[in-house]
Design a protein around this ligand. Structure first.
Ligand SMILES: [Zn+2]
Ligand SMILES: [Zn+2]
Length: 265
């Protein structure tokens, strides 16, 4: 299985160690055709990008795209946070302004939209306040929040599902399949079981294998993700960033690739 793009990498703008250009160079050295820089969204308390950083990163990615246009496609993305039970995500209307692709997931240190969201995500999910007896109800609320976000926004990739909160992966996968959103197999922290991956595939989901690199040298490290995908019986045609993938891409990503084909980038 050959993976030709890394759509989830971090830089110093959040808690990565390298610069955008260092990630790009690492990706070229690993032979990738595309790399996305996807630092944390604005609501992340510890590592969120500021709007100014997003604006500066946009300029930098545009300049680097010119410099390395023969070598690689460079995308500016964001790892956005799920901040509300109503499916609110912390990018608002910024997508068109700064980002080529949008990744989204729940993160522990993201500032919830309202007090009720704080209560649900932090007190109930993370501190386990509801107790085991209400686990099914909490999972149902989490799943609905994810699905509402998928329906509301053009999200390209759901990152590391099952991180910090439980979701019904079958229902989420069905919503993702309908909207064309890919589900991530994260090579740094793999949280889905093989059974869950098979269930998501049965619902029609497509997948993406990413490094979630926080250091340039880890860009393009897909070993664990590939191993997991193979064990789950996935083929390159299930994985949007595999060399042999021939299906549709998520919406923003497809628009980017179309521009690239038309020579606008
Ligand atoms: Zn994350
Ligand atoms: Zn990440």
């Amino acid at each position: 299985m050959l993976i030709v793009a890394d759509y989830h990498t971090h830089t110093r703008m959040s808690h990565g160690k390298g610069t955008i250009e260092e990630n790009v160079i690492a990706a070229i050295e690993k032979g990738l055709k595309a790399v996305a820089v996807t630092d944390h969204g604005f609501a992340h308390i510890a590592y969120g990008m500021t709007r100014r950083e997003a604006r500066d990163a946009r300029r930098e990615v545009d300049a680097l795209s010119q410099r390395y246009q023969r070598d690689i496609t460079i995308l500016l993305g964001v790892e956005a946070n799920l901040t509300g039970l109503d499916g609110t995500v912390d990018i608002g209307g910024e997508k068109g302004k700064y980002f080529d692709i949008v990744l989204m997931g729940h993160h522990k240190a993201a500032l919830p939209s309202r007090f009720s969201d704080f209560w649900h995500f932090f007190m109930v999910n993370e501190l386990g306040l509801a107790g085991k007896s209400r686990k099914a109800r909490v999972t149902d609320m989490n799943t609905k929040a994810y699905i509402r976000a998928v329906e509301k926004y053009d999200i390209d990739i759901i990152v590391h599902p099952m991180y910090a909160i439980d979701v019904d992966i079958g229902l989420l996968a069905r919503a993702c399949a309908e909207k064309g959103t890919a589900i991530e197999i994260n090579s740094a922290h793999m949280l889905l079981t093989l059974e869950q991956i098979c269930l998501a595939k049965a619902e029609g989901a497509r997948f993406v294998i990413n490094s979630d690199a926080h250091m340039p040298r880890n860009v393009g490290d897909f070993g664990f993700g590939i191993q997991t995908a193979l064990e789950a019986g996935l083929t390159e045609d299930d994985i949007i960033n595999a060399a042999g993938y021939s299906g549709k891409l998520p919406k923003n990503l497809e628009a980017m690739m179309q521009k690239k084909r038309e020579g606008e980038l």
